[in-house]
Design a protein around this ligand. Structure first.
Ligand code: NAP
Length: 504
């Protein structure tokens, strides 16, 4: 098996080693990196948690997780045999500073065995209230001082609002250098999301059109069929605006709206994204009323199965004011985008699970064809489908074959599956590899996170202070509340949906 020779020997310490994130995402990602030769020859993965487990039990648990969740299917016995020898478990309560000495001892043992200093990645796959104590204890135990070799990865949510995000950033940057801090937004690791930059900045034909002169509006729609399931306890204190728009959807918006960076350096790319967030128009209370919609799902039926409303989900507050749907109309006040609306929507228990960005171009200035020749709308659309379909489509008008001049819409499609045979890596594989390589391009810098919070705080405050009187206001298997249709229809547009498996 080839191994990656550019990467230093690495120790991963996974806080939350017994948790869901490690089971479903991190362990399968690390295993697949190993399979494809991206891990260094010398590596060690130390899982931690309060649950008492031996190394052997931990290995067995991860094998089951990998068998269930890895994109490459069940682990091959001969590969697993080698991989699992690098897995260890340590019982630890993260609040107890003494247990960190034991991490230090284990890391030193590996370094002695490998005869070299190791890179150490502390992955905080635990509830966010533990981020400060873990960061403090790593620093107190002098395990974080080697800035060139030690990195700390924090999961979303990065703060609960602007103030808590600032406090967390201040704490992290007091204890670590910014170059050591990797704030994950797993959307940024997705193949199709990374391709937005390739598509925009490696092709010269788009740039002349990529502005207010040719683009009518932009839509970013991230919807899921699932409800909150067992996570209402967590979700009730969050909601769609915090959980999705503040991070994933605004990151997508930044990729669409950013100016071309000078190069692909992490700070250069992130500077251009922060520019977008800073240019976005702030909301007055009146703007919140006119340009935002919130919703909460009622009970209903999805694919023949009856599903509960949000307030009836396990652990949900029966009078909850938490939104499970949010739609917002944003503007980016700069030369490129002045006057172009960006409509963002996200929701649970929706008709389809899909993430799609639609760039709608302006209509032709003058139609030379008679009105009866057009079938439906004329406008060109660029549709970037992130999931489940991974594709980029350009919708154009073409003459339908026949004796009459009838125009209809045709798609030019770049479909990942049809173009490439290799399976795309999972977002966490990309992000874990970048953490090992020390490349922060796809991670959020502190000022980026704060700029996104700053933008949405007026919406959050207004929604919190004014209880919604019509919740629940959309049924399961719908496209959200009717007011979300009205939000975009008022401007003469409608939400675009990509038919998936024949389902519109
Ligand atoms: P989870 O399943 O509840 O796991 C929590 C982990 O924290 C467990 O391993 C638990 O281990 C450990 N833990 C709790 N208290 C501890 C303590 N005092 N000392 C040591 N360990 C302790 O949570 P999760 O779903 O994995 O989520 C973890 C983080 O990732 C959260 O910040 C979440 O928002 C984020 N995230 C998760 C997902 C996902 O798909 N799950 C996706 C995106 C982001 P013991 O019970 O053994 O102590």
């Amino acid at each position: 098996m080839s191994t990656h020779d550019k990467i230093q020997p690495t120790v991963f310490v996974i806080f939350g080693g017994t948790g869901d994130l490690n089971a479903r995402k991190l362990a399968p990602a690390l295993y697949n990196l190993y399979l494809e030769g991206w891990l260094p020859e010398q590596f060690s993965i130390i899982g931690t948690g309060r649950t008492k487990l031996s190394d052997e039990e931990f290995r067995q648990n991860l094998l089951e997780d990998i068998n269930q969740f890895s994109r490459t299917g069940k682990a091959a016995p001969e590969k697993w045999e080698v991989f699992n020898k690098n897995l260890y478990y340590q019982v630890a309560d993260v609040n107890n500073v003494d247990t960190y000495k034991e991490f230090g001892t284990r890391i030193q043992q590996h370094e002695a065995e490998w005869k070299t200093k190791a890179n150490v990645i502390y992955y905080l796959a635990v509830a966010p209230n533990f981020f400060p104590i873990i960061a403090e204890n790593i620093a107190k135990s002098k395990l974080g001082a080697a800035a060139d070799r030690v990195r700390i990865v924090v999961e979303k949510p990065i703060g609960h609002d602007l103030k808590s995000a600032q406090e967390l950033n201040q704490l992290l940057t007091r204890l670590f250098e910014e170059r050591q801090i990797y704030r994950i937004d797993h959307y940024l690791g997705k193949e199709t999301v990374q391709n937005i930059m390739a598509f925009r900045f490696a092709n010269s034909l788009l740039e002349p059109l990529w502005n207010r002169n040719y683009i009518d509006h932009v839509q970013i729609s991230v919807t899921e069929q699932l409800g909150v399931g067992d996570r209402a306890g967590y979700y009730d204190g969050s909601g769609a605006l915090r959980d999705m728009i503040q991070n994933h959807l605004l990151q997508l918006l930044c990729l669409v709206a950013m100016e071309p960076p000078i190069n692909f350096n992490a700070d250069e790319v992130r500077n251009r994204k922060v520019d977008v967030l800073r240019a976005m128009r702030r909301f007055s209370p009146e703007d919140v009323r006119l340009s935002t919609v919130r919703g909460q799902y009622a009970s209903g039926w999805i694919e023949g199965k009856e599903v509960p409303g949000y307030r009836q989900e396990r652990d949900a507050n029966p009078e909850s004011n938490t939104e499970t749907f949010a739609a917002v109309k944003f503007f980016v006040d700069n030369w490129r985008w002045q006057g172009v609306p960006f409509y963002l929507r996200t929701g649970k228990r929706m008709h389809q699970s899909s993430s799609v960005i639609t760039i709608q171009f302006k209509d032709v200035p003058h139609s030379v064809f008679p009105a009866e020749s057009a079938e439906g709308g004329h406008q060109n659309r660029l549709i970037i489908s992130i999931q489940p379909e991974m594709s980029i489509r350009l919708q154009m008008q073409a003459k339908r074959p026949g004796l009459e001049m009838i125009l209809n819409t045709v798609d030019m499609v770049f479909d990942y599956k049809g173009t490439y045979t290799a399976q795309a890596p999972e977002a966490y594989e990309t992000l874990l590899l970048d953490t090992m390589l020390g490349d922060q391009t796809l991670f959020m810098r502190g000022d980026q996170v704060e700029a996104a919070w700053d933008l949405i705080m007026p919406i959050l405050n207004t929604w919190q202070n004014r209880k919604s009187l019509n919740f629940p206001n959309y049924s399961a298997d719908s496209w959200g509340p009717e007011s979300a249709e009205a939000l975009i229809a008022r401007d003469g547009f409608h939400w675009f949906t990509l038919p998936l498996n024949g389902k519109k």
